[in-house]
Design a protein around this ligand. Structure first.
Ligand SMILES: Cc1cc2nc3c(=O)[nH]c(=O)nc-3n(C[C@H](O)[C@H](O)[C@H](O)COP(=O)(O)OP(=O)(O)OC[C@H]3O[C@@H](n4cnc5c(N)ncnc54)[C@H](O)[C@@H]3O)c2cc1C
Length: 186
């Protein structure tokens, strides 16, 4: 049983994964390698003067793996409710987590096909998004969403930040108290 399963390894998913794994949570990231960020050249991400989308995505993967997050290639076909968490069904098997975070970018189909509430997107070119509460929770218990699929502005700094924000909410729920991750200058 994972503490957190994340669907999607773009800026939202990998940012969430690095926070969760760094907090000591058993974290699995399932990804179909279709990140729109891999088409981008980015000059508006705070702290990076300029960076290619592929480099941003691969650096994010390295960061989350450094803290112990597992990465598996593959497509999630369905999310199912479970007694004490939720399940992610893939072509290669089913994975169970206490929480699941959808970070599926422009694709809200897996949420919709799983019976999770979706709505019309309000950002340019984004048709459907997962209907989330302010803290990132969806209509299915223990399932959350972050980034583009949660109707956030389609920019890497925003989606990465939202992935971190929702991960902090999930970590806080697992810990039973608000979580803060501050390292001191070395
Ligand atoms: C051409 C282009 C240029 C851009 N330029 C900029 C720019 O200059 N500055 C800027 O800030 N932003 C830019 N962006 C936007 C930026 O890439 C996105 O806003 C943001 O990074 C999206 O992050 P995300 O994590 O929400 O989604 P994504 O990066 O799309 O990641 C979603 C991930 O979820 C995975 N996934 C989806 N469904 C499933 C499933 N069922 N099972 C498993 N995995 C799944 C996908 O494979 C993907 O890896 C640009 C985008 C494009 C297309």
């Amino acid at each position: 049983m994972y503490d957190l399963i994340i669907v999607g390894a773009g800026p939202a998913g990998a940012s969430a994964a690095l926070f969760a794994a760094k907090a000591g949570k058993k974290t699995l990231v399932l990804d179909s390698d279709q990140s729109i960020t891999k088409k981008a050249w980015v000059e508006n991400h705070y702290g990076a003067k300029d960076i290619s989308g592929p480099d941003l995505v691969s650096t994010g993967l390295e960061q989350m793996k450094k803290f112990g997050a597992e990465h598996k290639a593959g497509k999630v076909t369905k999310i199912e409710a479970a007694a004490d968490g939720a399940k992610a069904v893939t072509e290669d098997g089913t994975f169970e987590g206490k929480h699941i975070l959808l970070a599926t970018g422009m694709m809200a189909n897996v949420a919709e096909e799983s019976g999770i509430a979706v709505k019309e997107g309000s950002e340019p070119k984004i048709q459907k998004v997962v209907d989330v509460k302010d803290n990132g929770e969806t209509s299915m218990a223990n399932v959350w969403a972050a980034g583009t699929c949660a109707n956030k502005s389609v920019h890497t700094i925003v989606t990465a930040g939202h992935g971190a924000e929702v991960a902090i909410n999930i970590i806080s729920e697992l810990n039973g108290e608000r979580y803060v991750d501050h390292d001191i200058l070395k």
